[in-house]
Ligand binder design. Structure first.
Ligand code: HAM
Length: 437
Protein backbone atom coordinates (compact mmCIF):
# COMPACT_ATOMS: atom_id res chain seq x y z
CA UNK A 1 0.00 0.00 0.00
CA UNK A 2 1.35 3.45 -0.87
CA UNK A 3 2.03 5.79 2.07
CA UNK A 4 -0.46 8.22 0.48
CA UNK A 5 -3.27 5.67 0.78
CA UNK A 6 -2.16 4.61 4.25
CA UNK A 7 -3.78 7.54 6.01
CA UNK A 8 -4.01 5.95 9.44
CA UNK A 9 -0.54 4.40 9.51
CA UNK A 10 0.09 0.65 9.46
CA UNK A 11 -2.89 -1.50 10.42
CA UNK A 12 -3.41 -5.23 10.85
CA UNK A 13 -4.57 -6.97 7.66
CA UNK A 14 -8.30 -7.48 7.17
CA UNK A 15 -9.55 -10.39 9.26
CA UNK A 16 -6.37 -10.51 11.37
CA UNK A 17 -6.07 -9.25 14.92
CA UNK A 18 -3.54 -8.35 17.54
CA UNK A 19 -4.06 -10.47 20.62
CA UNK A 20 -3.75 -7.59 23.06
CA UNK A 21 -2.94 -8.00 26.78
CA UNK A 22 -6.63 -7.74 27.73
CA UNK A 23 -7.48 -10.83 25.64
CA UNK A 24 -4.63 -12.91 27.07
CA UNK A 25 -6.44 -13.96 30.28
CA UNK A 26 -9.10 -15.62 28.05
CA UNK A 27 -6.44 -17.45 26.05
CA UNK A 28 -4.70 -18.50 29.24
CA UNK A 29 -7.91 -19.75 30.82
CA UNK A 30 -8.85 -21.76 27.71
CA UNK A 31 -5.33 -23.16 27.43
CA UNK A 32 -5.39 -24.21 31.08
CA UNK A 33 -8.73 -26.02 30.71
CA UNK A 34 -7.72 -27.69 27.42
CA UNK A 35 -4.37 -28.80 28.83
CA UNK A 36 -6.08 -30.23 31.90
CA UNK A 37 -8.44 -32.26 29.68
CA UNK A 38 -5.56 -33.39 27.44
CA UNK A 39 -3.59 -34.65 30.44
CA UNK A 40 -6.59 -36.42 31.93
CA UNK A 41 -7.46 -38.24 28.70
CA UNK A 42 -3.83 -39.06 27.85
CA UNK A 43 -3.22 -36.80 24.83
CA UNK A 44 0.32 -35.64 23.97
CA UNK A 45 0.94 -32.14 22.65
CA UNK A 46 2.09 -31.64 19.05
CA UNK A 47 2.97 -28.47 17.15
CA UNK A 48 3.49 -28.67 13.39
CA UNK A 49 4.89 -25.87 11.17
CA UNK A 50 2.63 -23.07 10.01
CA UNK A 51 3.78 -23.58 6.41
CA UNK A 52 3.30 -26.88 4.61
CA UNK A 53 3.42 -28.06 1.01
CA UNK A 54 0.20 -26.78 -0.56
CA UNK A 55 -0.45 -30.26 -1.98
CA UNK A 56 -0.83 -31.68 1.54
CA UNK A 57 -4.09 -29.78 1.83
CA UNK A 58 -5.36 -30.21 -1.72
CA UNK A 59 -4.86 -33.98 -1.32
CA UNK A 60 -6.01 -34.11 2.29
CA UNK A 61 -8.95 -31.71 2.49
CA UNK A 62 -9.95 -32.01 -1.18
CA UNK A 63 -9.33 -29.84 -4.25
CA UNK A 64 -12.95 -28.86 -4.72
CA UNK A 65 -13.63 -27.87 -1.12
CA UNK A 66 -14.23 -24.23 -0.30
CA UNK A 67 -11.24 -24.20 2.06
CA UNK A 68 -8.75 -25.33 -0.60
CA UNK A 69 -10.34 -23.72 -3.62
CA UNK A 70 -11.10 -20.28 -2.21
CA UNK A 71 -9.66 -19.81 1.24
CA UNK A 72 -6.12 -21.12 1.25
CA UNK A 73 -3.16 -18.72 1.36
CA UNK A 74 -0.84 -20.28 -1.22
CA UNK A 75 2.36 -18.86 -2.60
CA UNK A 76 5.46 -19.86 -4.51
CA UNK A 77 8.74 -19.67 -2.60
CA UNK A 78 12.02 -18.42 -4.04
CA UNK A 79 12.94 -22.09 -4.43
CA UNK A 80 9.87 -22.65 -6.63
CA UNK A 81 7.83 -24.75 -4.17
CA UNK A 82 4.13 -24.13 -3.68
CA UNK A 83 3.49 -23.73 0.03
CA UNK A 84 0.36 -22.93 2.05
CA UNK A 85 -0.36 -21.31 5.37
CA UNK A 86 -2.13 -24.17 7.12
CA UNK A 87 -5.93 -23.74 6.99
CA UNK A 88 -6.48 -26.55 9.52
CA UNK A 89 -4.56 -28.99 11.71
CA UNK A 90 -5.64 -32.52 10.81
CA UNK A 91 -3.78 -33.00 7.51
CA UNK A 92 -0.46 -31.74 9.02
CA UNK A 93 -0.87 -34.08 11.99
CA UNK A 94 -1.48 -37.02 9.70
CA UNK A 95 1.61 -35.94 7.72
CA UNK A 96 3.60 -35.95 10.98
CA UNK A 97 2.14 -39.35 11.99
CA UNK A 98 3.36 -40.87 8.72
CA UNK A 99 6.66 -38.97 8.56
CA UNK A 100 7.71 -39.99 12.08
CA UNK A 101 6.55 -43.60 11.82
CA UNK A 102 4.01 -43.17 14.61
CA UNK A 103 2.16 -46.28 13.41
CA UNK A 104 5.01 -48.19 15.12
CA UNK A 105 4.03 -46.72 18.49
CA UNK A 106 1.36 -48.38 20.66
CA UNK A 107 -1.98 -47.42 19.09
CA UNK A 108 -3.97 -45.28 19.32
CA UNK A 109 -1.73 -42.23 19.13
CA UNK A 110 -3.56 -39.37 20.85
CA UNK A 111 -2.42 -35.84 20.01
CA UNK A 112 -3.60 -32.32 20.85
CA UNK A 113 -2.72 -28.82 19.64
CA UNK A 114 -3.44 -25.17 20.34
CA UNK A 115 -2.35 -23.15 17.34
CA UNK A 116 -3.06 -20.43 14.76
CA UNK A 117 -4.58 -21.24 11.37
CA UNK A 118 -5.26 -19.19 8.24
CA UNK A 119 -8.20 -18.98 5.85
CA UNK A 120 -8.94 -16.25 3.37
CA UNK A 121 -12.55 -15.99 4.58
CA UNK A 122 -15.05 -13.27 3.85
CA UNK A 123 -14.63 -11.28 7.08
CA UNK A 124 -17.73 -11.38 9.27
CA UNK A 125 -18.68 -12.23 12.84
CA UNK A 126 -16.87 -15.37 13.94
CA UNK A 127 -14.83 -15.66 10.75
CA UNK A 128 -11.26 -14.49 10.86
CA UNK A 129 -8.39 -14.87 8.44
CA UNK A 130 -6.00 -15.79 11.20
CA UNK A 131 -7.70 -17.69 14.00
CA UNK A 132 -6.74 -20.11 16.73
CA UNK A 133 -7.98 -23.63 17.25
CA UNK A 134 -7.41 -26.27 19.84
CA UNK A 135 -7.87 -29.79 18.62
CA UNK A 136 -7.70 -33.44 19.60
CA UNK A 137 -6.82 -36.24 17.19
CA UNK A 138 -6.86 -40.00 17.84
CA UNK A 139 -5.04 -42.10 15.24
CA UNK A 140 -5.11 -45.89 15.01
CA UNK A 141 -8.47 -46.67 16.61
CA UNK A 142 -11.77 -47.34 14.92
CA UNK A 143 -14.01 -47.88 17.93
CA UNK A 144 -17.13 -45.71 18.05
CA UNK A 145 -16.33 -45.21 21.75
CA UNK A 146 -13.51 -42.88 20.64
CA UNK A 147 -15.91 -40.70 18.62
CA UNK A 148 -18.21 -40.41 21.63
CA UNK A 149 -15.30 -39.68 23.96
CA UNK A 150 -13.98 -36.93 21.67
CA UNK A 151 -17.39 -35.28 21.72
CA UNK A 152 -17.43 -35.65 25.49
CA UNK A 153 -14.00 -33.98 25.77
CA UNK A 154 -15.07 -30.90 23.78
CA UNK A 155 -18.33 -30.77 25.69
CA UNK A 156 -16.50 -30.97 29.05
CA UNK A 157 -14.13 -28.19 28.05
CA UNK A 158 -16.95 -25.86 27.04
CA UNK A 159 -18.84 -26.72 30.23
CA UNK A 160 -15.76 -25.99 32.31
CA UNK A 161 -15.54 -22.64 30.53
CA UNK A 162 -19.07 -22.05 31.88
CA UNK A 163 -21.06 -22.51 28.66
CA UNK A 164 -24.64 -23.58 29.16
CA UNK A 165 -27.23 -24.78 26.61
CA UNK A 166 -24.74 -26.48 24.34
CA UNK A 167 -26.11 -28.51 21.48
CA UNK A 168 -24.22 -31.33 19.86
CA UNK A 169 -25.17 -32.14 16.30
CA UNK A 170 -24.17 -35.54 14.94
CA UNK A 171 -24.55 -37.42 11.70
CA UNK A 172 -22.89 -40.23 9.80
CA UNK A 173 -21.80 -39.60 6.22
CA UNK A 174 -20.94 -43.25 5.51
CA UNK A 175 -17.82 -44.50 3.78
CA UNK A 176 -16.58 -45.49 0.32
CA UNK A 177 -18.96 -48.45 0.35
CA UNK A 178 -22.23 -46.60 0.88
CA UNK A 179 -21.59 -42.93 0.14
CA UNK A 180 -21.11 -43.19 -3.69
CA UNK A 181 -24.53 -44.81 -4.03
CA UNK A 182 -26.14 -42.23 -1.76
CA UNK A 183 -24.43 -39.42 -3.68
CA UNK A 184 -25.94 -40.69 -6.92
CA UNK A 185 -29.41 -40.73 -5.37
CA UNK A 186 -28.92 -37.26 -4.00
CA UNK A 187 -27.69 -35.87 -7.32
CA UNK A 188 -30.64 -37.29 -9.20
CA UNK A 189 -33.04 -35.88 -6.58
CA UNK A 190 -31.51 -32.38 -6.80
CA UNK A 191 -31.06 -32.52 -10.61
CA UNK A 192 -34.81 -32.91 -10.95
CA UNK A 193 -35.20 -29.70 -8.91
CA UNK A 194 -32.09 -27.86 -10.08
CA UNK A 195 -33.98 -24.80 -11.37
CA UNK A 196 -35.18 -24.10 -7.81
CA UNK A 197 -31.73 -24.27 -6.22
CA UNK A 198 -29.55 -21.21 -5.55
CA UNK A 199 -26.68 -20.59 -7.99
CA UNK A 200 -24.16 -21.74 -5.40
CA UNK A 201 -25.93 -25.07 -5.02
CA UNK A 202 -26.14 -25.62 -8.76
CA UNK A 203 -22.36 -25.37 -8.77
CA UNK A 204 -22.11 -27.56 -5.65
CA UNK A 205 -24.25 -30.19 -7.34
CA UNK A 206 -21.49 -30.53 -9.93
CA UNK A 207 -18.43 -30.55 -7.66
CA UNK A 208 -19.56 -31.50 -4.14
CA UNK A 209 -23.22 -32.56 -4.07
CA UNK A 210 -23.27 -33.37 -0.33
CA UNK A 211 -22.65 -29.70 0.41
CA UNK A 212 -26.08 -28.81 -1.03
CA UNK A 213 -27.45 -30.29 2.21
CA UNK A 214 -25.47 -27.69 4.11
CA UNK A 215 -26.89 -24.67 2.26
CA UNK A 216 -28.52 -22.00 4.42
CA UNK A 217 -30.51 -20.36 1.58
CA UNK A 218 -34.25 -20.34 2.18
CA UNK A 219 -35.18 -21.85 -1.21
CA UNK A 220 -32.65 -24.69 -0.91
CA UNK A 221 -33.76 -25.44 2.66
CA UNK A 222 -37.24 -26.26 1.42
CA UNK A 223 -35.99 -28.65 -1.25
CA UNK A 224 -33.59 -30.45 1.00
CA UNK A 225 -36.24 -31.38 3.58
CA UNK A 226 -37.54 -34.04 1.18
CA UNK A 227 -34.12 -35.17 -0.03
CA UNK A 228 -33.01 -38.73 0.69
CA UNK A 229 -31.13 -38.93 3.98
CA UNK A 230 -27.85 -40.78 4.22
CA UNK A 231 -28.80 -42.30 7.53
CA UNK A 232 -31.33 -44.49 5.62
CA UNK A 233 -28.69 -45.60 3.15
CA UNK A 234 -25.68 -46.52 5.29
CA UNK A 235 -24.01 -49.87 4.66
CA UNK A 236 -24.12 -52.46 7.44
CA UNK A 237 -20.70 -51.50 8.87
CA UNK A 238 -21.41 -47.76 8.98
CA UNK A 239 -24.91 -48.32 10.34
CA UNK A 240 -23.62 -50.45 13.20
CA UNK A 241 -20.79 -48.00 13.93
CA UNK A 242 -23.14 -45.02 14.10
CA UNK A 243 -25.65 -46.91 16.21
CA UNK A 244 -22.92 -47.56 18.74
CA UNK A 245 -21.74 -43.93 18.69
CA UNK A 246 -25.27 -42.86 19.60
CA UNK A 247 -25.52 -45.52 22.30
CA UNK A 248 -22.28 -44.25 23.85
CA UNK A 249 -23.57 -40.67 23.70
CA UNK A 250 -26.77 -41.81 25.43
CA UNK A 251 -24.71 -43.59 28.05
CA UNK A 252 -22.73 -40.41 28.67
CA UNK A 253 -25.97 -38.41 28.92
CA UNK A 254 -24.83 -35.92 26.28
CA UNK A 255 -27.54 -33.66 24.76
CA UNK A 256 -27.09 -34.53 21.10
CA UNK A 257 -29.33 -33.82 18.17
CA UNK A 258 -29.33 -35.94 15.01
CA UNK A 259 -28.84 -33.62 12.05
CA UNK A 260 -29.19 -35.45 8.72
CA UNK A 261 -27.91 -32.37 6.87
CA UNK A 262 -24.62 -32.14 8.71
CA UNK A 263 -21.94 -33.02 6.13
CA UNK A 264 -18.90 -30.84 7.03
CA UNK A 265 -16.73 -29.00 4.53
CA UNK A 266 -13.69 -31.25 4.31
CA UNK A 267 -13.48 -34.33 2.08
CA UNK A 268 -11.57 -36.56 4.49
CA UNK A 269 -14.50 -37.38 6.74
CA UNK A 270 -16.00 -40.86 6.96
CA UNK A 271 -18.81 -42.10 9.19
CA UNK A 272 -19.29 -39.89 12.30
CA UNK A 273 -19.35 -36.11 11.91
CA UNK A 274 -20.24 -33.64 14.66
CA UNK A 275 -20.46 -29.97 15.53
CA UNK A 276 -21.15 -28.22 18.81
CA UNK A 277 -23.22 -25.03 18.92
CA UNK A 278 -23.95 -22.65 21.75
CA UNK A 279 -27.67 -23.15 21.12
CA UNK A 280 -30.01 -24.73 18.58
CA UNK A 281 -29.09 -23.57 15.08
CA UNK A 282 -32.75 -22.89 14.23
CA UNK A 283 -32.94 -20.44 17.10
CA UNK A 284 -29.74 -18.69 16.22
CA UNK A 285 -31.22 -16.20 13.77
CA UNK A 286 -33.79 -14.96 16.24
CA UNK A 287 -31.45 -14.82 19.18
CA UNK A 288 -29.13 -12.06 18.17
CA UNK A 289 -26.99 -12.66 21.20
CA UNK A 290 -25.69 -15.92 19.77
CA UNK A 291 -23.18 -16.09 16.99
CA UNK A 292 -24.51 -18.11 14.06
CA UNK A 293 -21.45 -20.34 13.99
CA UNK A 294 -20.25 -23.66 15.38
CA UNK A 295 -17.77 -23.63 18.24
CA UNK A 296 -16.45 -27.12 17.50
CA UNK A 297 -16.34 -29.32 14.42
CA UNK A 298 -14.94 -32.75 13.81
CA UNK A 299 -15.45 -36.35 12.92
CA UNK A 300 -13.91 -39.61 11.81
CA UNK A 301 -11.38 -39.65 8.96
CA UNK A 302 -10.52 -43.30 8.34
CA UNK A 303 -9.22 -42.61 4.81
CA UNK A 304 -6.84 -39.72 5.40
CA UNK A 305 -3.68 -41.57 6.49
CA UNK A 306 -3.91 -43.68 3.34
CA UNK A 307 -4.67 -40.69 1.11
CA UNK A 308 -1.50 -39.03 2.35
CA UNK A 309 0.67 -42.07 1.67
CA UNK A 310 0.50 -44.04 4.95
CA UNK A 311 -0.91 -47.45 5.83
CA UNK A 312 -4.71 -47.55 6.16
CA UNK A 313 -5.32 -46.24 9.68
CA UNK A 314 -8.66 -45.35 11.26
CA UNK A 315 -8.72 -41.96 12.98
CA UNK A 316 -11.05 -39.46 14.55
CA UNK A 317 -10.78 -35.92 15.91
CA UNK A 318 -12.12 -32.44 16.22
CA UNK A 319 -11.16 -28.80 16.65
CA UNK A 320 -12.64 -25.74 18.35
CA UNK A 321 -12.39 -22.08 17.35
CA UNK A 322 -10.80 -20.12 20.17
CA UNK A 323 -11.83 -16.61 19.01
CA UNK A 324 -15.42 -17.82 18.66
CA UNK A 325 -15.32 -19.17 22.19
CA UNK A 326 -13.85 -15.91 23.50
CA UNK A 327 -16.34 -13.75 21.57
CA UNK A 328 -19.14 -15.70 23.16
CA UNK A 329 -17.61 -15.70 26.63
CA UNK A 330 -17.52 -11.92 26.40
CA UNK A 331 -21.01 -11.64 24.99
CA UNK A 332 -22.46 -13.86 27.69
CA UNK A 333 -20.34 -12.06 30.28
CA UNK A 334 -18.76 -15.28 31.46
CA UNK A 335 -16.36 -14.33 34.24
CA UNK A 336 -12.82 -15.62 34.36
CA UNK A 337 -11.45 -16.93 37.65
CA UNK A 338 -9.55 -14.03 39.22
CA UNK A 339 -5.82 -14.14 38.59
CA UNK A 340 -3.60 -14.01 41.70
CA UNK A 341 -3.13 -10.40 42.83
CA UNK A 342 -0.07 -9.10 44.67
CA UNK A 343 -0.67 -8.41 48.34
CA UNK A 344 2.58 -6.53 48.86
CA UNK A 345 3.88 -3.26 47.44
CA UNK A 346 7.51 -2.20 47.76
CA UNK A 347 7.95 1.58 47.86
CA UNK A 348 11.32 3.34 47.97
CA UNK A 349 12.77 6.81 48.38
CA UNK A 350 16.36 7.71 47.48
CA UNK A 351 19.14 6.09 45.45
CA UNK A 352 20.37 3.63 48.08
CA UNK A 353 16.78 2.62 48.94
CA UNK A 354 16.04 2.03 45.28
CA UNK A 355 19.05 -0.31 45.01
CA UNK A 356 17.94 -2.27 48.06
CA UNK A 357 14.32 -2.35 46.84
CA UNK A 358 15.43 -3.83 43.53
CA UNK A 359 17.17 -6.63 45.41
CA UNK A 360 14.22 -7.08 47.77
CA UNK A 361 11.87 -7.68 44.83
CA UNK A 362 14.17 -10.53 43.78
CA UNK A 363 14.08 -12.00 47.31
CA UNK A 364 10.27 -12.05 47.13
CA UNK A 365 10.39 -13.70 43.69
CA UNK A 366 12.60 -16.48 45.09
CA UNK A 367 10.13 -16.92 47.95
CA UNK A 368 7.30 -17.10 45.32
CA UNK A 369 5.46 -14.12 46.83
CA UNK A 370 3.88 -11.76 44.31
CA UNK A 371 4.92 -8.16 44.84
CA UNK A 372 4.24 -4.96 42.97
CA UNK A 373 6.66 -2.05 42.76
CA UNK A 374 7.09 1.20 40.97
CA UNK A 375 10.85 1.52 40.79
CA UNK A 376 10.63 4.09 38.02
CA UNK A 377 8.85 6.52 40.36
CA UNK A 378 10.70 8.70 42.81
CA UNK A 379 7.83 10.34 44.68
CA UNK A 380 6.63 8.40 47.68
CA UNK A 381 3.18 9.90 47.33
CA UNK A 382 2.85 8.60 43.79
CA UNK A 383 3.99 5.15 44.85
CA UNK A 384 1.52 5.00 47.72
CA UNK A 385 -1.24 6.05 45.39
CA UNK A 386 -0.28 3.20 43.03
CA UNK A 387 -0.32 0.75 45.99
CA UNK A 388 -3.75 1.98 46.93
CA UNK A 389 -5.05 1.52 43.40
CA UNK A 390 -3.88 -2.10 43.31
CA UNK A 391 -5.43 -2.70 46.73
CA UNK A 392 -2.52 -4.52 48.40
CA UNK A 393 -2.67 -5.60 52.03
CA UNK A 394 0.89 -4.54 52.93
CA UNK A 395 3.11 -1.69 51.82
CA UNK A 396 6.83 -1.87 52.53
CA UNK A 397 8.57 1.50 52.64
CA UNK A 398 12.31 1.85 52.25
CA UNK A 399 13.56 5.39 52.87
CA UNK A 400 17.11 6.70 53.00
CA UNK A 401 17.23 6.22 56.78
CA UNK A 402 15.90 2.64 56.69
CA UNK A 403 18.29 1.73 53.84
CA UNK A 404 21.25 2.89 55.95
CA UNK A 405 20.00 1.10 59.08
CA UNK A 406 19.06 -2.16 57.31
CA UNK A 407 15.39 -1.80 58.32
CA UNK A 408 12.09 -1.31 56.49
CA UNK A 409 8.68 0.10 57.39
CA UNK A 410 5.80 -2.35 57.13
CA UNK A 411 2.36 -0.76 56.87
CA UNK A 412 -0.79 -2.87 57.22
CA UNK A 413 -3.28 -1.18 54.89
CA UNK A 414 -6.31 -2.65 56.69
CA UNK A 415 -5.47 -1.79 60.29
CA UNK A 416 -3.39 1.24 59.34
CA UNK A 417 -0.70 0.05 61.82
CA UNK A 418 2.88 0.75 60.90
CA UNK A 419 6.07 -0.80 62.33
CA UNK A 420 9.77 -0.89 61.54
CA UNK A 421 11.34 -4.32 61.11
CA UNK A 422 14.72 -5.69 60.01
CA UNK A 423 15.15 -5.76 56.24
CA UNK A 424 16.72 -9.23 56.44
CA UNK A 425 13.53 -10.58 58.11
CA UNK A 426 10.91 -8.93 55.96
CA UNK A 427 10.33 -11.79 53.49
CA UNK A 428 9.78 -14.29 56.35
CA UNK A 429 7.53 -11.85 58.17
CA UNK A 430 5.33 -11.25 55.10
CA UNK A 431 5.18 -14.98 54.43
CA UNK A 432 3.95 -15.57 57.98
CA UNK A 433 1.30 -12.86 57.77
CA UNK A 434 0.02 -13.92 54.33
CA UNK A 435 -0.47 -17.47 55.60
CA UNK A 436 -2.98 -16.15 58.12
CA UNK A 437 -5.55 -15.34 55.43
P1 HAM B 1 -13.53 -26.76 10.91
O1 HAM B 1 -14.98 -27.02 11.14
O2 HAM B 1 -13.15 -26.17 9.62
O3 HAM B 1 -12.79 -28.14 11.14
O4 HAM B 1 -12.98 -25.83 12.07
C1 HAM B 1 -13.18 -26.16 13.42
C2 HAM B 1 -13.59 -24.95 14.20
O5 HAM B 1 -12.64 -23.89 13.98
C3 HAM B 1 -14.92 -24.34 13.79
O6 HAM B 1 -16.01 -24.98 14.42
C4 HAM B 1 -14.76 -22.91 14.25
O7 HAM B 1 -15.07 -22.79 15.62
C5 HAM B 1 -13.29 -22.65 14.04
N1 HAM B 1 -13.06 -21.90 12.80
C6 HAM B 1 -13.03 -22.38 11.54
N2 HAM B 1 -12.81 -21.39 10.65
C7 HAM B 1 -12.71 -20.24 11.37
C8 HAM B 1 -12.49 -18.88 11.04
N3 HAM B 1 -12.30 -18.47 9.79
N4 HAM B 1 -12.47 -17.97 12.05
C9 HAM B 1 -12.65 -18.36 13.32
N5 HAM B 1 -12.85 -19.63 13.69
C10 HAM B 1 -12.88 -20.57 12.74
C11 HAM B 1 -11.43 -28.32 11.04
O8 HAM B 1 -10.64 -27.42 10.96
C12 HAM B 1 -11.02 -29.75 11.21
N6 HAM B 1 -9.56 -29.83 11.09
C13 HAM B 1 -11.50 -30.30 12.55
C14 HAM B 1 -11.10 -31.71 12.77
C15 HAM B 1 -10.08 -32.14 13.53
N7 HAM B 1 -11.67 -32.77 12.24
C16 HAM B 1 -11.04 -33.87 12.64
N8 HAM B 1 -10.06 -33.50 13.42
Amino acid sequence: MSPKKRKKGFQTLTGMHDLLPQIQPYFQRIYQVVEGAANFYGFKKIETPILEEAELFSKGIGLSTEIVERQMYVFKTKGGEYVALRPEGTAPIVRAYIQHGMHNLPQPVKLWYFSPFFRYEHPQAGRYRQFWQFGFEVLGEESPAIDAQLIQIFFNILKELKFKNLVIEVNSIGDSECRPYYKKMLVSYFRAREHSLCSHCRERLRVNPLRVLDCKEEKCQRIKTLAPQIIDHLCQGCHQHFKEVLEFLDELGLPYHLNPYLVRGLDYYTRTVFEIFPTFPEKKKEEESFLPVALVGGGRYDVLVKWLGGKPTPASGGAAGIERIIDLMKKKEIKLPPSPRPQVFVAQLGTLAKRKALKLVEDFRKAKILVEESLGRDSLKGQLRAADRIGVRYVLILGQKEALEGTIILRDMVSGRQETIKLSRVVEEIKKRLKKF
